[in-house]
Design a protein around this ligand. Structure first.
Ligand SMILES: [Zn+2]
Length: 559
């Protein structure tokens, strides 16, 4: 009998069990391998999602997903890098720590296109973050192109010699790839080499307003009456970029010229957008404690506040005190309220405002009572905190409610306890100029990186309607009459209609302050303004003269 060994395999007992075990081992290895691969896939998936979120600037969500990925214990180098980039965009210190871990884990490939990340950081003017990223890349990435980005960072930090050395040594490939931006680099380099001051704050037409000395890095204003910033409110990165203000140099210079020898301030706002076009800050010796007269010095407002008293009157429809007979003097609680002159018969509110009759507005206040006056003051943002790009605007204190008639009457004509900043006075003018609607005031128009590409823009935004169109119309009419034949008639300009309210306040010994608010042209106004001329005397005399001068300088711009 022949045995066909080809077809016959003898199986010893136990062999079958062994084979089973072997198959099982293979299966287990296979499963482990497969799940490792799958884990890898899941980790990659998380990193990619994290990356997308980072690029969409959703950093919190990105962080969450990346930490989840970290718990899978796969692709740790890449995940740590992603976290580093995530923190870099948030300008957080942890970034360097995560890059360090990525290096220790031996990063070889990245999920990110590193040039894109650098373009984005430099685009936003964040050179510190770009520098951290560059240093990290240099440790594992071999790319000639890095030197181009390093040069940009050097230029932003005024490191002239090192930047120049890099530019001279650019390889032909780099010169070809970045030719446009290299031309800009050369321009910046020349500026840094040839000028002692590097300008970084400009007006809306790109005229320089503030510079920085390249050697000592201290800030130098181009001329002295600019609004002073709280420089601490700016980041060190801001100084390396270009800040475009809403200021219009022509209007600013005209305001300085018009204010002449007086200390004080002129603020000009575009009522339709909220842009601050001029902010003259002319400080006296006693004002050293303020950063600004325009945003921070509190003045007794005088008769400009009668506009608010008028609003309270117009809101209370039942009330009618006209015609009112002004005798120039009225007794109140054993004291006497005086007027500049005795106005005789005051026909209506328009006349009362145009001739600025103290006694009419004292009477309005007494008839309406404290609460109604206070409410209008609050509507006009008295008692509210305002800040203009790092400059805190002094808060305005409405005095405590009182049943004292004397105090109430004096508040309604802007005397004694209640005080106001020139900026806030200009806001009141701006509200009336803009048909009763307050726009958010702002001073920074744009920020651009060193290549001149904008990375921040401020847009006009409405805060809220403060008064109705109907009430606003009446105020506008009255303020036009102030110029036509009222207390502002000395400011009248032939062929140029505008609106004004005058106020005279302060201490007699120092010379009264001339205070005026207004807007121009009267219809479709381009500017609203306040003028505070310290010690200039009566607003209807010297104040009107300053106003006329100022508007004559700029009226062509406003047509
Ligand atoms: Zn009067």
């Amino acid at each position: 009998m022949e045995i066909d060994f080809k077809h016959y395999r003898y199986q010893r007992p136990g062999e079958r069990k062994k084979r089973k075990r072997r198959n099982l081992t293979i299966l287990i290895i296979f499963i482990i391998g497969f799940s490792l691969l799958a884990w890898d896939q899941v980790s990659s998936y998380y990193v990619i999602r994290g990356k997308k979120l980072i690029l969409k600037e959703k950093y919190n969500q990105a962080e969450k997903i990346l930490y989840k990925a970290l718990s899978l214990k796969r692709r740790k180098a890449e995940i740590n890098e992603a976290l580093g980039i995530c923190y870099l965009f948030q300008k957080k210190k942890q970034a360097s720590k995560y890059f360090q871990i990525a290096l220790q884990r031996g990063i070889k490939k990245s999920f990110f296109k590193w040039e894109k990340i650098l373009d984005k950081l430099i685009g936003k003017g964040e050179y510190n973050s770009a520098e951290i990223y560059c240093k990290y890349l240099k440790k594992w990435l071999k790319s000639q192109n890095l030197i181009f980005y390093e040069t940009t960072i050097l230029l932003a930090n005024y490191k002239i010699k090192e930047a120049e050395k890099n530019i001279i040594n650019y390889s032909p490939e780099i010169l070809k790839k970045f030719s446009k931006r290299i031309n800009l680099q050369k321009k910046i380099l020349n500026k840094l080499k040839n000028k002692k001051i590097f300008y970084f704050i400009f007006d809306r037409t790109h005229k320089p307003l503030y510079g920085r000395s390249i050697k000592k890095a201290h800030i130098i204003p181009v001329h002295s009456n600019l609004p002073l910033f709280n420089w601490k409110a700016f980041s060190s990165e801001d100084f390396k970029n270009q800040i475009i203000l809403t200021i219009n140099s022509k209007i600013q210079d005209s305001a300085i010229k018009a204010l002449g020898k007086y200390n004080g301030s002129i603020i000009v706002i575009n009522p339709q957008t909220g842009e601050i076009l001029a902010a003259v800050n002319k400080k006296g010796k006693e004002d050293i404690s303020y950063l600004n007269t325009c945003f921070q010095k509190l003045y007794e407002p005088g008769s400009i506040i009668k506009i608010l008293t008028a609003v309270a009157y117009l809101m209370e429809r039942k009330e009618n005190i006209f015609p009112y007979y002004c005798k120039g003097i009225e007794k109140l609680q054993n004291k006497v309220i005086y007027d500049w002159i005795s106005h005789g018969k005051v026909e209506n509110l328009t006349e009362a405002l145009a001739f600025s009759c103290n006694l009419t507005f004292a009477r309005i206040g007494l008839n309406l009572g404290w609460k109604k006056i206070e409410n209008v003051f609050k509507d006009f943002l008295m008692h509210s905190k305002i800040e203009i790009q790092g400059i805190p605007v002094s808060s305005l204190n409405i005095p405590q409610p009182t049943t004292n008639n004397w105090d109430l009457a004096r508040m309604c004509i802007g005397l004694d306890k209640f005080k106001i900043t020139p900026f806030h006075a200009a806001l009141i003018a701006s509200i009336i100029a803009n048909r009763g609607v307050l726009m958010k005031p702002f001073l920074i128009k744009e920020k651009r990186n060193i290549y001149g590409i904008p990375y921040f823009k401020n847009f006009p935004s409405k805060i809220k309607r403060i008064i109705s169109e109907e009430i606003n119309y009446k105020l506008r009419e009255a303020m036009i009459k102030v110029v036509e034949d009222g207390t502002g008639k000395r400011a009248k300009i032939q062929g140029f209609k505008f609106a004004l309210k005058t106020g005279t306040a302060g201490k007699k010994e120092k010379g009264y302050n001339s205070i005026l608010i207004g807007f121009a042209p009267a219809f479709n106004p381009k500017i609203a303004f306040s003028i505070f001329a310290e010690g200039a005397g009566r607003a209807d005399l010297e104040g009107a003269r300053i106003t006329k001068k100022f508007l004559e300088y700029i009226k062509e711009e406003l047509k």
